[in-house]
Design a protein around this ligand. Sequence first.
Ligand code: NAD
Ligand code: TYD
Length: 353
Amino acid sequence: MSEQRSILITGGAGFIGSHVVRLFVNKYPNYRIINFDALTYAGNLENLSDIEDAENYYFEKGNILDPEELETVFSKYGINAVIHLAAESHVDRSILSPLDFVYTNVIGTVNLLNAAKQHWQDVAGKRFYHISTDEVYGSLGEEGYFTESTAYDPNSPYSASKASSDHFVRAYGETYHLPVIVTNCSNNYGPNHFPEKLIPLFINNIIEGKPLPVYGDGRYTRDWLYVKDHARAIDMVFHKGKDFETYNIGGFNEWQNIELVKLLCKLMDQKLGKPPGTSEQLITYVKDRPGHDRRYAIDATKIKDELGWQPSVTFEEGLAETIDWYLENTEWLKHVTSGAYQQYYQTQYHKEG
Ligand code: NAD
Ligand code: TYD
């Protein structure tokens, strides 16, 4: 492609987005990487302080709910590719405020699709890459895996909003021939993860000696992937994936919550030099999340066979790196857990049940 690549990465100040921005800025000095982010509670430019002065990096504070801001950024940079990560991303918050998820995840995505459609009269060399979740497939029993042909069956307001956005992306591909691509990934973990999700919340609570609120019987299963492996997969799909395809991305790494929490407690005791069993005493069973999906597990054969991607770190390696990062970045933790965060943790999910 002769035209310079100007890639709009939405949600680049968030957890996964910041790893994607960093990877692209460092690996592709000839691309212009435009990070478009509203800096909600989940967005934090500290996540990108190491690359903020790079010549090929641009930050634009903006909201995907505002079509004019999108129009401005598309025109200003001649955007010819989009990697869309901006979203409301937490299931518990979606139960408290479903409409916020409809606005950002559904309407925001359609605004972005409209901006691309408007600007890409000639679609040659263009790509609209939408990042989604395995939660759109609903819940598995004890056996089986989600594949790319599993029917959508979302159960939470979060997954319903992501499912809807996936459908709109697909529909713009069919109806307007917009060159779209979608990936559905399992649960990520790693540095810069906002401490509302299981792993960073529990690391933070262990550091602070607070209870570890395990929902229900703790026998819910998730398939965990290190965030840097997800960023590598996004790089690969962006460059080698086929238009109009979807790819599942997963860690081949299923854990029941309670087993994961016990492993985390053990590793934290070692890192903090505490006697074995200390952190486990913080485990507190609390009221279950309504509509809680029992099990997620991804069959990532397609991306492995067609694009050659597979996870590069083991769970033990990834968790150790993650814990070290949180122990070394207590200032970051302090910043993101001040103010509104404290109010959120007064809500129903964090009391003993
Ligand atoms: P996150 O909550 O950490 O970050 C979301 C980012 O989007 C933040 O920087 C926020 O400021 C920005 N944002 C939110 N609303 C916006 C708006 N209206 N306009 C512009 N920016 C806005 O989320 P994450 O965990 O990094 O997830 C990123 C994407 O990956 C999401 O689409 C999510 O559904 C998907 N995903 C996440 C996981 C996971 O385990 N975290 C797994 C699979 C897929
Ligand atoms: P979470 O990190 O919120 O991701 P998701 O709901 O998108 O999978 O939760 C992961 C699992 O951990 C899920 O089964 C809910 C459970 N969980 C708890 O038991 N306690 C908590 O405080 C949180 C945040 C999650």
